[in-house]
Design a protein around this ligand. Structure first.
Ligand SMILES: Cc1cc2nc3c(=O)[nH]c(=O)nc-3n(C[C@H](O)[C@H](O)[C@H](O)COP(=O)(O)OP(=O)(O)OC[C@H]3O[C@@H](n4cnc5c(N)ncnc54)[C@H](O)[C@@H]3O)c2cc1C
Length: 240
């Protein structure tokens, strides 16, 4: 490949074939995929990649997936995918893709939903909405542990908590559907009391999840004194 071609194909513009280096089971419905694209470039925590599947008849399906890893993990992009039973692309990831396979990706894509070291930072995630927030949390742990950052994370049950072993003291997890008998954290949906526990007087809040989750969490943040400019949102809803 000539140098010019390599530049032309360089992320984020060009599609490239990444190798699935490792697959980790996070929860019964969620797996993480460590991909190695040939033309890797560092992402900003919060950015996403696009994945494209092409059937033998030429039919394609394309979806966005946030990067979960820190950009300091050179050469690697970790995507975390929630399996939707009637989904096209998420079921392919879960049911078909194995280590060593190849998958077409492009990215990383810029958006205003990126953490550039602002502080203090509040992260609010629902379900798989925690994925881009994990990239922020991981990157801050690797680069600037002294910067205050808290995660408020809503999951259905203890077994649905993604990255459970890594969350640590920076995270408040609330379980909305069921909690084990020994659970001593909060239960139920994120509410004003929980937001008051984690809110900061300054700095941004990053909110990610389904449409209704983002709406509800944003309303709570505004009611808690966050100005609209401090709240950045990313919605994982159906792509239509
Ligand atoms: C910027 C961005 C980043 C994203 N990052 C992630 C990520 O890190 N991890 C992740 O798992 N997903 C992420 N998503 C969602 C992802 O792009 C797909 O929408 C999702 O995986 C479903 O695709 P599918 O082909 O499996 O389902 P589809 O075939 O598109 O849909 C199947 C059914 O599920 C419904 N549906 C589709 N998406 C959702 C959803 N998100 N929640 C509830 N119902 C849905 C559809 O209406 C349909 O009924 C992100 C989306 C965006 C826009």
């Amino acid at each position: 490949m000539s140098a010019l071609t390599a530049v032309e194909q360089r992320a984020p513009g060009g599609w490239q074939i990444a190798t699935v280096e490792a697959i980790r089971v996070e929860t019964p419905r969620v797996k993480s995929y460590r991909l190695r694209p040939p033309l890797w470039m560092p992402h900003l925590p919060g950015q996403h990649y696009e994945v494209r599947l092409t059937a033998p008849d030429g039919y394609t399906a394309q979806r966005s997936y946030s990067v979960a890893s820190s950009p300091l993990e050179e050469g690697v992009v970790e995507l975390t995918v929630d399996r939707l039973d009637d989904g096209e692309v998420s079921t392919y990831f879960h049911d078909v893709l194995v280590e060593g396979d190849q998958v077409e990706v492009r990215g990383p894509f810029a958006s205003y939903f990126v953490w550039r070291g602002e502080s203090p930072t509040l992260l609010v995630g629902g379900g798989s909405g925690v994925v881009p927030l994990m990239s922020m949390l991981r990157h801050r742990r690797l680069t600037a542990l002294e910067l205050p950052m808290r995660l408020l994370y809503s999951a259905r049950s203890a077994e649905d908590v993604i990255y459970a072993d890594e969350l640590g003291a920076d995270a408040v997890v609330t379980l909305t559907r069921s909690a084990p008998p020994d659970w001593n954290g909060p239960t139920g949906r994120i509410d004003a009391e929980l937001v008051a526990r984690v809110a900061y007087d300054s700095g941004p809040a990053f909110v990610c999840g389904t449409d209704p989750f983002v709406e509800a969490a944003t309303a709570l943040l505004l009611a808690a004194g966050y100005s609209p400019e401090r709240v950045r949102t990313e919605r994982f809803g159906p792509t239509g």
